[in-house]
Design a protein around this ligand. Structure first.
Ligand SMILES: COc1cc(O)cc(Nc2ccc(C(=O)Nc3ccccc3)c(OCCC[NH3+])c2)c1
Length: 337
């Protein structure tokens, strides 16, 4: 009887569990062939029940969303009872813990992180998706202290495009937009802007703009949209928060305006670069060559195999080689003996 773990343990050495949520747990692992570390999200199909479609949604979204500030999906292994998502290794912990440890961030550091968050969300919106669960717990730091957005289980790509109204109420209350908690239909991208406003407030203040143990009272506060402005907030950040935390979504700042907001540009003077640096369309020639030699096939053959994006071992090896190119490490595939 092949166990559900046979295929994954052939290629990965499973290590400690670093996270467990409702119907999933995340284990660290090492990709045996390359020695590279990864994270593997393990879900039991039976336990998923009617949440299974959410996993399909997330996997479909992850295959389209490849970006320097989004945790990369490398591979999906499905067995009779389990689904394994092999994911990018983000050892820097959650942004949430980082803020708590520092009480609150200085404006420059908050801006540096927030620019990365805006970059990731602008890219997702450009691809026609809304994340719908933006919060510090869903932002991990990688080994270079840069942010990676995770958990697209609630991401939506409305069929009719980003203008189509969404109705499912989801995400975490404290970060949810007023129109969402009022049960009205809403535009995903507009709700994401509100959540980013709550995120920016948390970065700059170290606590939430709207908070209450009683969810009904919390909803009331969100719908009122009134929040404290601690005296340490600068005029520029107060102005931006006011534009993002607009109760009326039609009055809320748009992504286009956000990308050129003066507070976000301060000290950088270049617009936020939201384009993906690692799009799948353009393969990295060095990685193709390295893999062609390793597999003893022509570069042309190797390129067309990678371009199928089957999210199998080939995809994993390509992405791991690419990641190493980016952070200057040269990963050499061991020549097959
Ligand atoms: C698209 O990326 C996703 C989607 C998703 O549904 C879940 C996750 N979750 C992840 C991914 C990576 C890690 C991770 O690398 N953690 C880690 C690494 C080294 C040391 C300690 C933790 C992850 O960690 C979960 C616990 C974080 N507090 C979750 C990504």
């Amino acid at each position: 009887m092949t166990s559900d773990y046979d295929e994954v343990t052939q290629r990965y050495r499973l290590q400690e569990t670093v996270g467990s949520g409702g119907f999933a747990k995340v284990k660290l692992a090492t990709h045996i062939l390359t020695g590279e570390k990864v994270a593997i999200k393990i879900m039991d199909k039976r336990a998923l029940g009617d949440d299974l479609p959410r996993v399909q949604t997330e996997i479909k979204a992850m295959k389209e969303l490849v970006h320097q500030h989004i945790c990369t999906l490398y591979e999906v292994i499905e067995t009779s009872n389990k689904i394994f998502m092999v994911l990018e290794y983000c050892p820097g912990g959650e942004l949430f813990d980082y803020i708590v440890a520092k009480d609150r961030l200085k404006e420059d550091e908050a801006r540096m992180f927030f620019r990365q968050i805006v970059s990731a969300v602008a890219y997702i919106h450009h691809k026609g998706y809304a994340h719908r669960d933006l919060k510090p717990e869903n932002l991990l730091l990688d080994e270079d202290q840069s942010l990676k957005l995770i958990d697209f289980g609630l991401a939506a790509k409305p069929k009719g495009g980003m203008k189509e109204q969404l109705e499912t109420c989801c995400g975490s209350p404290a970060y949810a937009a007023p129109e969402l908690v009022s049960g009205k239909t809403y535009i995903g991208s507009e709700a994401d802007i509100w959540s980013m406003g709550v995120l920016l407030y948390a970065l700059l203040c170290g606590f939430l703009p709207f908070d209450d143990e009683n969810v009904a009272h919390l909803y009331k506060k969100i719908q009122k949209g009134e929040y404290e402005e601690p005296r340490w907030l600068t005029p520029g950040s107060r102005q931006l928060l006011k534009q993002m935390l607009q109760v009326n979504p039609k009055k809320r700042i748009t992504m286009k305006e956000l990308l050129k907001n003066p507070w976000l540009l301060q000290g950088f003077d270049v617009p936020i670069d939201w384009e993906s640096k690692c799009e799948k369309e353009q393969l990295n020639a060095d990685c193709v060559t390295e893999m062609a030699v390793f597999n003893n096939v022509s570069r042309k053959e190797m390129a067309s195999k990678i371009k199928k994006w089957e999210y199998d071992e080939t995809t994993t090896i390509y992405f791991l080689l690419l990641a190493n190119k980016y952070n200057g490490r040269t990963l050499r595939l061991p020549l097959r003996t």
